[in-house]
Design a protein around this ligand. Structure first.
Ligand SMILES: Nc1ncnc2c1ncn2[C@@H]1O[C@H](COP(=O)(O)OP(=O)(O)O)[C@@H](O)[C@H]1O
Ligand SMILES: [Mg+2]
Length: 332
């Protein structure tokens, strides 16, 4: 399709919401709606607020397709997708149940491990467990058994909020406090030292060629080089973080990482769009960290950067997903 074609269908990009990532979601949503407008769609954004259900229902405003671009809990845990299915609205992306699975990092890890991927050894412990068993002894056990360095993060979250790298035992208490400020359950994982990469998949397959091929488009792994962990600051402040597309890994490793992303996408039952985060360890093995069903789409986000570097035209790429969702229709 040419970017100048006009399309009658109305697309609403849902963004905002009440999560810690509200601002990122709004920036993502505006960009996507802008590119869809460039491609000739009637595209607009809408927040997740008290007017949304009326807006989706009213024949005057009801969209033909919805692109849920909400980050954080309500956006990525499947609930907004449940609402869209209840409202009989076609939408882009993974269905509610697999979204919920992917959103829960320990569950996603165990499913991809079952599908043959490597993921750092970890345990999942709620805050209440530390209180009941005594935090000091529980933390000693973690360090003695898993070893250092450790990585602590909320089981459900995004933008690295509540995450800490723990290189010495005396830093673990603060890491737990930071984590529990963002969620009630902690994923305590072996830290992986290596090359951080992220792989986006666009599966617009409806068999009409190019990005609309039957096979999903697996974008080249993008390497993230940040001074410390790729945290909120490193993500959204221009400058300190460097990106390389493709990642500076040899071609066999790059292919392994792309295969691993497709394995994760399929094992978790994801649809249309996903981004999987890995750290490639010293042996060249991609260690699965997590997967995103509503990846960031701001100017500095990983998916659009990888797509542009790979020669794709974003209005056309995003249009292919709208066309697929329209053709698929409502899901129940
Ligand atoms: N096991 C780990 N070892 C080393 N660094 C990690 C590990 N897990 C996460 N990180 C770092 O923390 C960042 C955020 O973790 P991630 O699991 O991708 O969660 P999210 O992006 O949802 O906040 C990663 O981009 C990476 O820089
Ligand atoms: Mg991540």
């Amino acid at each position: 399709m040419s970017a100048t074609n006009a399309h009658d269908a109305k697309v609403v990009v849902l963004c905002g919401g009440l999560s810690h990532e509200r601002d990122i979601s709004i920036a993502s949503g505006r960009r996507v709606a802008g590119y869809l407008e460039d491609a000739g769609w009637h595209a607009t954004t809408h927040d997740m607020d008290g007017s949304l259900l009326d807006y989706l229902h009213d024949p005057e405003t009801r969209p033909d397709v919805v692109w849920p671009l909400l980050h954080g809990a309500n956006g990525e845990d499947g609930s907004i997708r449940d609402i869209l299915e209840l409202a009989d609205l076609p939408y882009i992306g993974t269905r509610p149940v697999p979204s919920r699975t992917a959103w829960n990092k320990p569950i996603a890890k165990s499913l991809v491990a079952h599908a043959g991927l490597s993921t750092p050894r970890s345990v999942t412990l709620p805050e209440s467990m530390f209180i009941e068993l005594g935090a000091r002894r529980a933390m000693e056990l973690l360090v003695d058994s898993l070893g250092l360095p450790l990585f602590v993060k909320p089981t459900m979250g995004g933008s690295a909020l509540g995450c800490s790298l723990v290189t010495k035992a005396s830093d673990l208490p603060q890491a737990m406090v930071t984590c529990f400020a963002y969620g009630q359950v902690a994923l305590i994982e072996k830290a992986v030292i290596g090359t951080e990469v992220s792989v986006s998949i666009i599966d617009a397959g409806n068999g009409t060629g190019n990005v609309r091929d039957a096979e999903p488009l697996i974008l080249p792994p993008i390497e993230i080089e940040s001074a410390g962990i790729y945290d909120y600051e490193a993500r959204y402040t221009p400058g300190p973080t460097k990106f390389y597309v493709p990642a500076r890994l040899d071609s066999a490793v790059l292919a392994t990482v792309q295969d691993a992303a497709l394995t994760a996408h399929r094992a978790l039952g994801l649809e249309d769009i996903s981004r999987t985060d890995f750290i490639v360890d010293a042996e060249g093995v991609p260690q699965f960290l997590e997967v995103n069903v509503a990846p960031g789409m701001t100017e500095s986000s990983l998916l659009p950067q990888a797509a542009v570097a790979d020669g794709h035209h974003l209005p056309d790429l995003y249009s292919s997903l709208v066309e697929k969702a329209l053709a698929r229709g409502i899901r129940r």
